[in-house]
Design a protein around this ligand. Structure first.
Ligand SMILES: Nc1ncnc2c1ncn2[C@@H]1O[C@H](COP(=O)(O)OP(=O)(O)OP(=O)(O)O)[C@@H](O)[C@H]1O
Ligand SMILES: [Mg+2]
Length: 558
């Protein structure tokens, strides 16, 4: 059993409420220590209420009371009364300087608690014995049921009071702990630059932390609603954010949207707004809780990467056109030669008498069509050479195939390659950028012809097939070349992987990037002719968003 001084000083860390009969002449009932005593001429009953509090403070491990040690029993005064050897109790002396910290506050709390416990014990005794405070209370000895009953009564009341004090103490400790965690959370939130908010369905009031209020330009204490939040969003992005909020209020779907901030200095700032809905017992959305975080550095880095990707894509495209320059010159020369020949023929026909008007008309029509052909080649080349912004439109994949096969027509003839087009007649349109998709297709066709360099001329055949497969437009380029080793089927899409002397190894990396930007897929498979089949799958225009899903070039997806 612990003595009250041990108890009060924290030595007896695990003692429960104890009833000791150890020290004759124990604690003074009014000395404010952690126990109360009743002294009889035979026995000293010591009711200790403090150890459990102290033990709990120890285990809670957040207060400054943890290591406090008070006087030991041998420090007791010879008079038999327990006294702390110093003017102030140890827990007071230790806790006071740290009172600004949560732990310090807890030390003070425990101190107050001990005093309260002692007072509670004393009041219990008073109630039991119906006596007033004074020097050590002495009950007359002698057997008697009423004296024992009042002692037990005192014990029960003291325990009840102690239990109340204990609850109050736990409440105080938990409150301090909660405040401490709240402070830590606030610090973390501020360090992360997080704006935190919540909005109630009933009041429409918008509660924001200090950081967010400052960003929104709201004066402290001013009432604000979600309208204030939306007003601070860039006007072009506001409808999307509004729609996300509407959906969250309607069906509780989470909000996760990147948007620009309305700014007056002309600088574009980016943020992400995320929120979750809280449901009431009736399943209705009662509150949205969310955060807003600045993502300008990441967004700017992404935009820079996208710019670099676009530049590189353009350079590779120009490089490919450079490779085709001989064939392109031929492609242009052909209609020009035809135009010249037809014009000379028309002159000859006009000099005849009588003039064969029908023949002259036919010749002139040929001239017009050859001129158009040359004009188309130049237009196609210009589109591929020019570095422009990606523009998503409706695209007919079959027309794309025609355009590219015409562009490489002369090159294919020079290499003895035959092109077979197996185009689906009712292929729906897709959403995409014409130039990017042409670049992709051009690279696939050029790769296929390169792969057939060692194939017998009679067998050099490329089949271009379009079809609808699994609800998507599927384009397949099937060649009869040397094929691709199984372990290289994916590796060839990595940047700078090439087996060609003059290749850079960027064609397929960029092609896959373009496919991803179109929410599609590009992959390679071996085929039954020993060659390779490159497949491009793209969502139909009805299912695809009319904007690019571009990834930074050379990223995982590239
Ligand atoms: N149809 C194909 N058949 C066999 N191998 C192929 C085929 N297509 C691509 N490859 C292999 O994949 C490699 C990478 O192709 P990619 O188009 O990325 O680069 P490249 O053609 O070598 O150079 P460039 O950057 O000029 O296009 C090629 O070097 C080739 O080895
Ligand atoms: Mg290539």
């Amino acid at each position: 059993m612990a003595c009250p001084s041990h108890v009060a000083s924290g030595i007896a860390k695990t003692a429960r409420f104890t009833l000791t009969r150890r020290h004759i002449g124990g604690c003074h009932p009014t000395n404010g220590r952690a126990g109360s005593s009743v002294v009889t001429n035979e026995t000293h009953w010591c009711l200790s209420t403090a150890p459990r509090f102290y033990g709990e403070s120890k285990t809670s491990a957040i207060g400054s009371t943890v290591d406090q040690r008070g006087p030991r029993c041998n420090e007791h005064e010879p008079s038999g009364h327990h006294h702390m050897p110093h003017a102030a109790p140890p827990w007071r002396r230790r806790a006071a300087p740290a009172s600004q910290t949560p732990g310090g506050r807890m030390g003070m709390t425990t101190g107050r608690l001990l005093v309260t416990a002692a007072v509670a014990g004393f009041v219990g005794c008073m109630l039991a014995g119906n006596r007033r405070p004074g020097p050590p209370v002495t009950l007359r000895s002698g057997p008697g049921t009423s004296r024992r009953a009042s002692s037990w009564h005192a014990l029960v009341e003291t325990l009840t009071l102690a239990s109340l004090v204990w609850r109050w103490h736990r409440h105080t400790v938990l409150e301090a702990e909660l405040q401490d965690r709240g402070r830590s959370l606030n610090q973390a939130v501020t360090a992360l630059g997080l704006g935190m908010w919540s909005c109630d369905a009933d009041t429409s009031l918008f509660h924001a932390n200090r950081l967010l209020r400052e960003e929104l330009g709201l004066p402290a204490g001013a009432r604000c609603t979600s309208t204030d939040y939306l007003r601070a969003i860039h006007e072009e992005d506001r409808p999307q954010v509004q729609a996300a909020f509407d959906a969250a209020w309607r069906d509780g779907s989470p909000v996760d949207i990147e948007h620009r901030i309305a700014s007056t200095d002309g600088n574009t700032r980016w943020a992400v707004t995320r929120a979750n809905a809280e449901l009431g017992i009736d399943g209705r959305v009662v509150r949205l809780r969310g955060i807003r975080m600045s993502i300008s550095p990441r967004k700017n880095a992404e935009l820079d990467a996208e710019k670099s990707r676009a530049q590189l894509t353009h350079l590779v495209r120009v490089g490919m056109l450079g490779q085709l320059s001989g064939a392109l010159a031929h492609e242009l020369n052909q209609p020009l030669t035809a135009i010249l020949a037809n014009a000379q023929a028309a002159l000859r026909f006009l000099k005849r008498n009588p003039v064969d008007h029908a023949e002259v008309v036919a010749i002139l029509e040929d001239i017009v069509s050859d001129d158009k052909r040359a004009g188309e080649v130049i237009q196609r080349l210009r589109a591929l050479f020019v570095r422009g912004e990606a523009r998503f439109d409706r695209v007919d994949v079959n027309k794309l195939v025609d355009s590219i096969t015409q562009l490489v027509h002369s090159d294919l003839i020079a290499r003895d390659v035959t092109v077979i087009k197996a185009l689906s007649r009712d292929l729906p349109e897709i959403a995409g950028d014409h130039v990017q998709l042409e670049q992709l297709l051009l690279n696939l066709v050029m790769n296929a012809t390169d792969a057939m360099a060692d194939t017998l001329p009679a067998l050099r055949q490329v089949t271009i097939r379009t079809e609808v497969h699994d609800g998507q437009a599927l384009l397949s380029i099937i060649d009869r070349g040397k094929g691709i080793a199984p372990d290289q089927l994916d590796a060839i899409f990595q940047p700078f992987v090439t087996t060609k002397d003059l290749g850079i190894g960027l064609g397929l990396a960029i092609s896959r990037n373009i496919a991803t930007a179109h929410h599609g897929r590009l992959w390679a498979e071996p085929n039954e002719f020993g060659g390779a089949t490159l497949k491009l799958s793209l969502p139909l225009a009805s299912d695809a968003p009319l904007h690019s899903g571009l990834q930074p070039f050379l990223s995982e997806s590239a």
